[in-house]
Design a protein around this ligand. Sequence first.
Ligand code: SF4
Ligand code: SF4
Length: 432
Amino acid sequence: MLGRSNHKHAPAAVISSDQRYNSLTYYIWRQAKEFPNPVNHTELLHEADRCVKCGICLPHCPTYKLTLDEGDSPRGRISLIQALANGHLSDAETHYHLDRCLSCLACESACPSGVNYGYLIDGTRALGKPGWKKRLIHRFISVQPYRNSSRLLLKLYRFSGLRHLLRLFGGKQLRRLDDLLPRAAEIGLWRKQYLPATEPRGRVGLFTGCVGRISDRKGLDASIKVLNCLGYEVVVPLNQGCCGALQQHAGEPETAKRMTAINQTAFSSDGLDAILYIASGCGAQLVKQSFGIPVFEITQFLNQCHWPDEARLNALPQTVGLHTPCTLKHQLKLADEPKRLLSRIPEIDLISLDEIDCCGAAGSYLLEQPLMADNLRQKALDKILPHNNLAFLATSNSGCALHLASGMRKIAANVQTVHPIELVAMSLDGTA
Ligand code: SF4
Ligand code: SF4
């Protein structure tokens, strides 16, 4: 009896990676077993009551700017959250406007009263569990990329005619998914260790991300190459998993915590000096967790490193539009880091696209709110396209890259969407 009880409450650390990812059913069953929902109505109301309804955040909110509806503003949403927590309105009456929130946190950056809007929106979403369909899609996105069967599935999709059939008969949603899939997406095998040519000066762990390990493989490979060139050994723990951001912002904080536990185990055993990530969406979730070692965004880390003489950057005479994802700007407060790093490249022509609001990617928002997401993307593209000499659009988040690239392909197919680190790798190679 005691044994069964102990097993049920075993910490995540004793569960093998095979067990973790072997069965989707197992994964869903385990969620919510160990982590009770941490949010309650009183705490939500306490935070919501700090909003003085001044409206200073309204001109900073991308959804309000799009619809001019008070319900789509931070102030309106906080009022809805208060009414919901007080029991004056039901979930069914509030979810329309709350679901349309991007969680971009532009409002939080603008708020003079320091209202923790991120806590409010995440907490409110956690009060009502998302439906099984949404949870299953999130589970598929965050688990499937780590399975070896993904390679086979992608090949089957591309070369068996399945893609053609789904585009013809699969409906709007599947066509939208196919539009998002990068044309050159690859699921190559990972090695656990990537050594520099000389004696390592340090050992860092690389967090791949779930979507990123497929869509941003070039950015991850470029990171390894640059780090090796600077003398760092790179470890890619094979038992790492998704950061859990998707679940955290969709009302499943307990599942997000389980995912954190998996990563805490994966990155704890190799004597690492630091953990590095390249997608700011993952980073914003990772930095909230305790790993016992520092967690850095890749360009932030490289800006702090000593660059040896042999790591010389060659001229890259290209015009680059630099997009800043909301997570880098409003959550991580690292908006200047990619700019600082890219500025080291001789002859690069950097155009800052800082003034662009949320592009509408926002985790799974681009799938769940297609109309809003496409309108927000169009507003972003309207600010990018006048720079008609662009060779590259650089952005530090996988979701933004997928969403913007899918829009760019239709109107400016000659502009390549890349992660900033890819430009650094090109410059080191002298290949541009
Ligand atoms: S969230 Fe902050 S800026 Fe917005 S209305 Fe409330 S107090 Fe004002
Ligand atoms: S998180 Fe973004 S979309 Fe949501 S209310 Fe704040 S500014 Fe508006």
